[in-house]
Write a protein that binds this ligand. Sequence first.
Ligand SMILES: [Zn+2]
Length: 354
Amino acid sequence: MNQSLLTNDIKGVKASPVPGFWITSNKAVTGYLEKNVSRGRVSVIGHSAGKRPVYAYEFGEKETGPQTVSFSSAYAVRKPELFSQQDRKKKPSLLIYSAIHGAEVEGTAALINLIHIIEHGCDLRGKKWPGLSGMAEQYRLVIVPLSQPDGRERYVPDSMVGQSLATFQYYAHGMWKDGTPCLYPSHKETLPLPLERIGHLGAYFNDNGVNCQHDDFFGTVQPETAALIALAHTERPDCILSCHACEADPGFSGPHMTNSAAAEAMTIRIAEAVLAKHLAAHLRPYGKLNLNRHSYFYLQDILSMASGALPLLYEFPHGAVNVPFTHDEIVDLGLILFEELMRFGLKTRFMPRF
Ligand SMILES: [Zn+2]
């Protein structure tokens, strides 16, 4: 990317004007959770590298009891349900987290609207979602709307709707001290990033310069990552959805490296169901499913190994100039995604996946 273009393009960029239903900043999400929750429960599950709190919203009774076996041991004896405790749970359980990459706030906006539907019967635009409302009552839900608050704090524009790709590049991935863009995916060649060489740290990274999606899972784990692993391990949900966003069309990423054949087939069935609903709503998803299994692993694979859950990753659109989406459409994409995922789980209990 041309450096002068990048510099000129982002000159003077401040927070974009966003509608009132777009609640995604650390301050706005905290304020929302403090004032609007009475049916569910809000807790701090940990703190970021920069000492910012990471909040979780819970709804529905927690049904998992004390652990009696490790996942590895239960799986090896061909009884994974001993670990997941599926037999004792009356309700399916779902963990959804967003913004592990701090500029990818689209899932956060949709999740705050989901919480509002649970708490107040309509989304923040006043729209009722009777199907979603009814199904949420039949779930144990745990939602982490902003899982990496350090990066979110550096994401000034609040939204990429209508913004240029250069603006996205600067805020999401950052810039080296010499003025050249810190590019995806080559910035993955060093973890953590050498902060002494960074001019502007992108929202992708926490204050230690770590992309938690590729944390040093078996070495020194970042506090945000550790909080999510502990949450997944304690909850042992049936399914974990990680909400990301990119500058392309929206859709699921391909099945995960850690998927069994049954889990891979289930991932594709869920993606098909969501795709059909998004197409019916004219929300311009990827025209065809990504069926390619990843040959490398991410944070959601680790969370799956910690919990036994089916791992899913959905890419929202940013709505930047190359792939335009409105704020309304982005929230609708998310709410339809959550609705179809819950519908699938109620029918199948996310089984069999082992
Ligand atoms: Zn991402």
